[in-house]
Design a protein. Sequence first.
Lengths: 91, 392
Amino acid sequence: MLVVTICVGSSCSLRGSDELASGIQRLIVKEQLEGLVDIVGAFCMDACSKGVSVTVGSREFSGIRPEDADAFFYREIFPLLSNNELVRARS
Amino acid sequence: MRQVVEFAWRSLNKAGEELCGDSVIIRTRPDSFVAVLSDGLGSGVKASILSTLTAEIAARLFESGISVEEVMQTLVETLPECNVRKLAYATFSVLTVIEGRRAHLVEFDSPPLIMIRDNALFDLQTEKREVGGRLIREARFDVRENDYLVLISDGYEHAGLGGIYRLGWRWPNIALAVQRFVQTGVDTHRLMLALSRTCMKLYDDKPGDDSTVIAMKIRPAVSIAILTGPPADRDLDAHAVSRLMDAEGCKIICGGSTAQMAARVLDRKLEVEWVPPWKRTEEKPARKKGSPPTALLQGVDLVTEGILTLGQAVEIMRNAGTSDDLPRDDDAATRLARHLLEADDIHLIVGTAINPNQVADLIRGEPMRMVYIRELLHDLTQRNKQVRVERI
Ligand code: FES
């Protein structure tokens, strides 16, 4: 299970944690990857910026804006999952 | 365990009067409590001045442990005389409770104290004596946890006069009412409200006299401990966390990095309370915009992110007398404010690390956290709470 942690701290939540999370979730559903990714919230990651801070597995990102959800998903999340055996078996 | 006197009071003005002729002064210190109820002769301005002065003098003198004789003497010498009646006069009751246990009561022409112990009216023996030509009642006694003590002004005794009660509500009936309310296990705020509403009703919403009630209850002090900010020296992390975990009562953490530090030290999971938008329901709504998130950490009663919560709690408390006045919300700041308002003893454990990622965190060279803590300290001490600040 891949864990995507979205910062829901004071700064990030004002900059769209909820929207970004929803965007990523929508793509997960679209790509039929439910059950392979878990989206959880986290306190301020001490990386407050103009966007939202996110960790994917153990990799940390910051400044991700909700409108970047698509690009971010296909660049940082999708590749990790498409290598997954389950996904390969399905396609 | 420290015992404290919880209290709530309210005065109803005589219908048509802007000033109340009854005065109440309550002072609490770590080990002493003084409540004075004084009723000035007549009503309006003159009564108000007489009772204010009387209450002020009595509170100050009894608190300093001066004898009843000297207090009466001072009152006679200080109070202005009434032109019409050639009399300087205000009744009073003074109740002092030392260390939440030893009580001293002095009553001068006021309705006797109503005391309920084990759900029954307690027959308090008072000694009557003459002091400077005036008859006073005095008693020294021990109070216990769950004792309720109620002081009233004579406006209560006369409530309903000629109406429901031909002779007024009268002391025995009021005492009975107190006893009934107490059986429901009320706090003093509710007891005060119940009595004051009944009085108002008996007067048909137009009190014929100033009517005041002070409801008091003896109970153990409620304590909470708040850890905010990691220590400046990382080697002290474990120490800071153990100060919190070993503290008496409810435990609170304010601050994201502090919470993460505590989770690491305790080796427990920090679970942020965030419901993803697609899983939200009516019982699990979105967080209020701009309010910091909270988290679950086993053994800690409330974990909130950010020093922002401290600032917001101070803001919310500004308009609240007791926790009953708070909005029903359960966002981080309101929950913190509720804990703070309900506590008597507050232990603030303040880590002094400076967050390098937040330059804006420094105001005039001082971390934002300290600014909020100072404001909080000011508010809490004004509310007679015992606050201890420990910097690590
Ligand atoms: S609030 Fe998200 S990194 Fe600070």
